[in-house]
Design a protein around this ligand. Structure first.
Ligand code: NAD
Ligand code: ZN
Length: 357
């Protein structure tokens, strides 16, 4: 049979607040590509930014783009050079495909490749669609006991795994996580799975902090209305946990300029501050303190080589990312799904879209 004339419903952003479900033509996969019937796609903060403003950070849309990058699917058809996957295999889709040729790719830090093609980062189409074509080496087979919803959550979980690795989280580590959004909560689960002892989390939402507690967080601190008194917050963190080995910033709020101050205050000498969240461009930070106390400030840009680890942790039951799914929609309801994810009143944590339901 041939797929070449099939219709593929795709959720396309034509500009700011202009989301449409368009039918596109579906072609056969070539080379190392596999054609996937999409399973689930999660909505992330960057998707919401493209939807609202047609831009996110340093990337701006200049033509219509399919949205979505937290996806899973089932192999329908393999290109002629595909070796490891076969029709029927269910996979988690790692959305960024680097050049695989440059110095950085060869060094294994392919997330930093200058020639990266990443789903739903302009101009590359994302995978919130019925069908999607992707290279097999960025499709990771899911064990039978892992669902397609869990498969879609491997993307933010990979961010959490990478952030914990960057912070050298391990047996007996004490970790401060600033921000209890999906990323911060996945960092919590990952840090615990990696053997962390105490985890302290901050947020400005009482609901999210309550959820963090139910997920095993040892201490929570509400930073609401505290931005003028960060020294005090640093002291509070010190009081509940005198030795923070790694502080992982996952709030990305503009007030994380000052949240920064607190990690640096509370992180032990020789510890790490890991920057996952994206705040203002030039935050004011006590850099000399970092130098004096040999606190390593580490960036995080997505992840590299983390999907196999994330899948293993979910399959073994050590991490249960699906507890973060608060809402589910079908593809044609995508705009509603985005509204839900965007609205502060919806109580949404992770909104999931079923592409072929
Ligand atoms: P989110 O917006 O859902 O979570 C952020 C949380 O921080 C919210 O719960 C919010 O209430 C809380 N917050 C706001 N101000 C705060 C403050 N002053 N102190 C403590 N908490 C505060 O976002 P998310 O999806 O969890 O992502 C977190 C951040 O990570 C975002 O900035 C996102 O852009 C970034 N991110 C980075 C990468 C990367 O590769 N570095 C990947 C994914 C996401
Ligand atoms: Zn490269």
């Amino acid at each position: 049979y041939s797929m070449s004339t099939s219709e593929n419903l795709c959720v396309v952003l034509h500009g700011a607040e202009d989301m449409r479900v368009d039918a596109r033509e579906q072609t056969d996969p070539c080379g190392n590509d596999v054609l996937l019937k999409m399973g689930s796609v999660g909505i992330c903060g960057s998707d919401l930014k493209y939807w609202k403003y047609a831009k996110c950070g340093r990337f701006t849309m200049s033509s219509p783009m399919v949205i979505g990058h937290e996806g899973s699917g089932t192999v329908l058809k393999c290109g002629p050079d595909v070796k490891h996957l076969k029709p029927g295999d269910r996979v988690a889709i790692e959305p960024g495909v680097p050049c695989r040729q440059c110095y950085i790719c060869h060094a294994g830090r392919y997330n930093l490749c200058g020639d990266m093609k990443f789903c739903a980062t302009p101009p590359v189409d994302g995978n919130l669609s019925q069908y999607f074509t992707h290279p097999e080496d960025f499709c990771f087979k899911l064990p039978d006991n892992v669902s397609l919803d869990q498969g879609a959550l491997m993307e933010p979980l990979a961010v959490a795994v990478y952030a914990c690795q960057r912070g050298d989280v391990g047996l007996g580590s004490n970790v401060l996580i600033c921000g209890a959004g999906p990323v911060g909560l996945l960092v919590l689960m990952t840090a615990k799975a990696m053997g962390a002892d105490k985890v302290v989390m901050t947020d400005i939402s009482e609901n999210r902090l309550a959820l963090a507690k139910t997920l095993g967080c040892d201490h929570v601190i509400n930073m609401k209305d505290r931005s003028s008194n960060m020294e005090d917050c640093g002291k509070e963190i010190k009081a509940v946990c005198p030795r923070i080995d790694a502080a992982i910033e996952c709030s990305g709020a503009d007030s994380s300029v000052s949240t920064w101050y607190s990690p640096l205050q509370s992180t032990r000498p020789g510890g790490s501050v890991v920057l996952v969240g994206r705040g203002s461009k030039e935050p004011s930070i006590p850099l000399v303190d970092a130098a004096t106390f040999e606190i390593d400030i580490k960036g995080v840009f997505r992840y590299a080589n983390c999907y196999p680890k994330a899948i293993a942790m979910v399959s073994s039951g050590k991490i249960k990312p699906e507890v973060l799914i608060s809402h589910q929609f079908i593809l044609k309801e995508s705009e509603k799904a985005f509204q839900c994810a965007y609205s502060p009143d919806s109580g949404a944590i992770k909104v999931m879209i079923r592409c072929n339901a």
